[in-house]
Design a protein around this ligand. Structure first.
Ligand code: HEC
Ligand code: HEC
Length: 298
């Protein structure tokens, strides 16, 4: 804060306190021409008359006490611009910092203990499961659901189907570094051609309902000539190295209807899993990875 703004705040804060003091003095002073104490002032409304009675003493003193209190407070605690107050209290150091230190003292050894164990072993530890679940509910449930079963665009973590791989290391990598799905849009693929490719993709999982067999057949002939093979493979089984989903199974990230498949192909998709390494740190992510691993093993 520049010294100008500091002075600005000091002037406003002290000025207001002084103004309060002045207001109390001014309203309690007798002015010439005023009705004597105890007399009617002449103001009347609806049969009610106003008498000139002073404020009760105790009431007046309450005003003075609040004024003294605010001055004492501003001497002891920060409030006057950059002046830190004689007690040296800060919200960051004294309160937040102390609570964080306390929490770290209690929980750090526990996180450290689990961090030294392999994820498979942590996954079968009941206490670790409870801690992992609580963290999952605060940090991950928003996107993946409280049961980890996901939603459209947010993968189900409780099944055995993985975009980026389900080994303990791969799961930990997904959480630490985040993931960025990159399905490119295909504006050139439209109309009948898009319809054929979409029907072929839908047929890959063995589906016949709602699938036009002739179009699927035509789409099958087109597929190897398209860029799809680079990511989803010639057999459509996907590629975990780039998070390209397996198109031959019945698990869908964005949906299996022909319209959704067409939308995915023509407009592309960019699912983003945020990185948590800086935010949570490796030890907490280790516990979370174990929790996610255990979900998929049920
Ligand atoms: C802002 C939403 C969001 C949050 C918060 C989030 N995720 Fe994700 N996560 C995603 C999305 C979206 C994907 C899929 C990325 C893609 O489409 O390529 C994903 C992917 C993953 C994957 C890879 C799944 C696979 O099939 O390979 C794992 C594991 C995962 N998340 C775990 C977690 C955990 C644990 C947390 C909590 C620390 C978490 N996520 C928090 C959105 C989120
Ligand atoms: C550069 C690599 C790449 C190319 C090329 C590519 N895809 Fe994809 N595709 C992906 C990725 C990655 C995803 C997952 C996107 C996400 O996680 O948000 C995806 C998602 C999809 C999905 C959604 C699957 C689901 O479970 O909902 C379909 C369908 C699909 N692609 C079909 C195709 C077809 C058809 C082509 C060719 C016309 C194609 N893709 C070309 C990488 C690619």
């Amino acid at each position: 804060m520049s010294s100008f703004w500091s002075a600005w705040i000091i002037v406003i804060a002290l000025g207001n306190i002084f103004a309060c003091y002045w207001l109390v003095r001014w309203t309690t002073k007798k002015r010439p021409g005023e009705a004597a104490q105890g007399d009617v002032t002449g103001h009347a409304w609806d049969g009610l008359q106003e008498f000139n009675n002073p404020l009760p003493r105790w009431w007046l003193w309450l005003f003075y006490i609040t004024i003294v209190f605010s001055l004492v407070y501003l001497v002891l605690f920060p409030g006057l611009g950059t002046f830190k107050g004689y007690l040296g209290w800060t919200s960051q150091g004294s309160q937040y910092g102390a609570e964080m230190d306390n929490a770290a003292k209690t929980f750090d050894p526990i996180f450290k203990k689990y961090a030294a164990m392999p994820i498979e072993q942590v996954a079968s530890d009941a206490d670790a499961h409870g801690m992992g679940q609580r963290m999952f509910l605060s940090y991950c449930a928003l996107c993946h659901g409280s049961d980890g079963k996901g939603a459209k665009g947010f993968p189900n973590l409780a099944d055995a189907d993985w975009l980026y791989g389900g080994t303990p290391d791969q799961i930990k990598q997904s959480i630490m570094m985040g993931r960025q799905g990159a399905m490119p849009p295909h504006p050139a693929l439209a109309g009948d051609d898009l319809d054929k490719v979409a029907n072929y993709v839908a047929s890959l999982s063995g589906r016949t309902e709602g699938v036009d067999a002739a179009k699927a057949e035509a789409g099958k002939a087109m597929y190897p000539t398209l860029d799809c093979v680079a990511c989803h493979g010639a057999d459509g089984k996907g590629n975990q190295a780039m998070g390209a989903p397996n198109l031959t199974d019945t698990t869908w990230l964005y949906g299996s209807s022909l319209d959704t498949i067409k939308e995915t192909i023509s407009k592309g998709r960019n699912g983003k899993m945020p990185a948590h390494a800086d935010f949570l740190g490796a030890d907490k992510v280790h516990l979370l990875a174990a929790y996610v691993y255990s979900l998929s093993k049920k």
